[in-house]
Design a protein around this ligand. Structure first.
Ligand SMILES: Nc1nc2c(ncn2[C@@H]2O[C@H](COP(=O)(O)OP(=O)(O)OP(=O)(O)O)[C@@H](O)[C@H]2O)c(=O)[nH]1
Length: 416
């Protein structure tokens, strides 16, 4: 058995009616038939449906948002319209992302090899441990609800932190190559998603049985051909008395030059979800993007996670400093700690077991907090006291998982 790689999560996004669901059905069927023809080496894909509003899907999802969220009920309960209902359903689903990832990890990640194998594994076991090569994710028709929402971001970044993740941006080829401005609008939308998600993207020109993708690809690869098409559009519009040219023409012209760099970052394939033509080419592009994800996106992702950790650490250190200042003020006003008033101790009798232990600790005086009043009234004693408190606060803050209140209570009790 060849060493198994983790599956690639293919997230299908695209404008309503571009053919996402039909495309999902096609690639799902393709992978299922590959599994049927060689079951020992390939596993069927793992399929997720994240569209809460879809009435029926032409494939059998393993995880379906509709199983955990009732879109119609959400609309009714929160008094929402269709888009608000989809958004809220996604938000509710995103709260369960840990469970979803748990299932995906269990079902889709290759099992680590056992430490030592006395006997070779039986053939049946080999079949059982085969994991899917692809996780297919269908998204809501309202693309902006998924791509621009907090829950969409949570879902995408959660997938990307566990699996190589690729976006398949589905384009309705006949519609988007109707004219240069529709084409450019579609490209700008793709660009915004690319920069928003920071994930590798494949442009899937769908419905090639109606119109081939060659013209669109030429417009992307050779800006002169785009400009020639733009001139044609302008002449046609002028002949039809629709104006044409002017500001819009020069904007499209400039953008075709600017977008060259962006086009280079994309893989482009033509597919007919209806006939299945071009599906092989799509999976070749996915494999290319798998390598790109590991090379370029994963280090970037790890850098972002590291930076987030550093920011948390900074906030924690800030909390420590702030608390140390607050403690000094409250010691002065209450007459505790370094500023403890001599004479009457604050309490003679312990009221609780923990207070009794603390008072005992104070009496023993061999470890625990350093009381500056008893050791040294000078600044040296204060510094040692502060340092001791600070160390303990940092420790308490870490142990309480960042619960500032718990850490503060700990320090206050030890300062008495
Ligand atoms: N000729 C042709 N029609 C297609 C192809 N792919 C999808 N369609 C048609 O395009 C229409 C929309 O397809 P869907 O798969 O429902 O599109 P969608 O993007 O999932 O739609 P929403 O869920 O509303 O966003 C349907 O009528 C499909 O039959 C294709 O490759 N060729």
């Amino acid at each position: 058995m060849a060493t198994q790689k983790p599956p690639v999560a293919i997230v299908c996004v695209g404008m309503a009616g571009s053919g996402k669901t039909t495309f999902m059905q096609r690639i799902n069927a393709h992978l299922h038939s590959a599994h049927t023809s060689s079951p020992a080496t390939t596993a069927p894909p793992y399929v997720l449906n994240l569209d809460p509003a879809v009435r029926s899907v032409p494939f059998d999802p393993n995880i379906d948002i509709r199983d955990s969220v009732n879109y119609k009920e959400v609309m009714k309960q929160y008094n929402l319209g269709p888009n608000g209902g989809i958004l809220t359903s996604l938000n509710l689903f995103a709260t369960k992302i840990d469970q979803v990832l748990g299932i995906l990890e269990k079902r889709c990640l290759p099992k680590p090899p056992p430490p030592q194998q006395a006997q070779p594994a039986p053939a049946t076991e080999e079949k059982q441990t085969q994991v899917p090569s692809y996780i297919l994710v269908d998204t809501p028709g309202q693309i902006e609800v998924f791509v621009w929402s907090a829950s969409g971001e949570i879902l995408l970044s959660s997938f990307a932190s566990t699996f190589p993740t690729v976006l398949a941006y589905i384009i309705d080829t006949p519609r988007s190559t109707e004219n240069t401005s529709t084409f450019m609008s579609n490209m700008l939308y793709a660009i915004s998603i690319l920069y928003k998600t920071k994930l590798p993207m494949i442009l899937v020109f769908n419905k090639t049985d109606v119109k081939a993708e060659t013209e669109a690809v030429e417009w992307m690869r050779d800006f002169e051909s785009f400009q020639a098409a733009l001139r044609n559009d302008e002449q046609r519009e002028q002949a039809g008395g629709e104006g044409g040219g002017g500001y819009m023409g020069s904007l499209l012209n400039s953008m075709s030059l600017v977008l060259e760099e962006f086009y280079n970052a994309l893989s482009v394939v033509g597919v007919s979800s209806m006939t299945g033509e071009g599906v092989e080419g799509f999976f070749e592009a996915v494999e290319g993007k798998r390598g790109e994800f590991e090379r370029e996106y994963r280090p970037e992702l790890e850098r972002r996670v590291r930076e987030a950790g550093e920011r948390r650490e900074e906030v924690r250190n800030g909390e420590v400093e702030r608390l140390m200042r607050d403690m000094e003020v409250s010691s002065k006003t209450k007459g505790t700690g370094k500023y403890k008033r001599s004479g009457k101790p604050p309490k003679d009798e312990p009221e609780t077991v923990s207070e009794a232990e603390e008072m005992e600790d104070d009496d023993n005086d061999d470890e625990g907090i350093v009381d500056p009043d008893e050791e040294d009234d000078g600044e040296g004693g204060r510094e040692t006291f502060d340092q001791g408190l600070k160390t303990r606060y940092e420790k308490a803050l870490k142990e309480s998982g960042g619960d500032v209140g718990a850490a503060a209570r700990y320090i206050q009790s030890s300062q008495r």
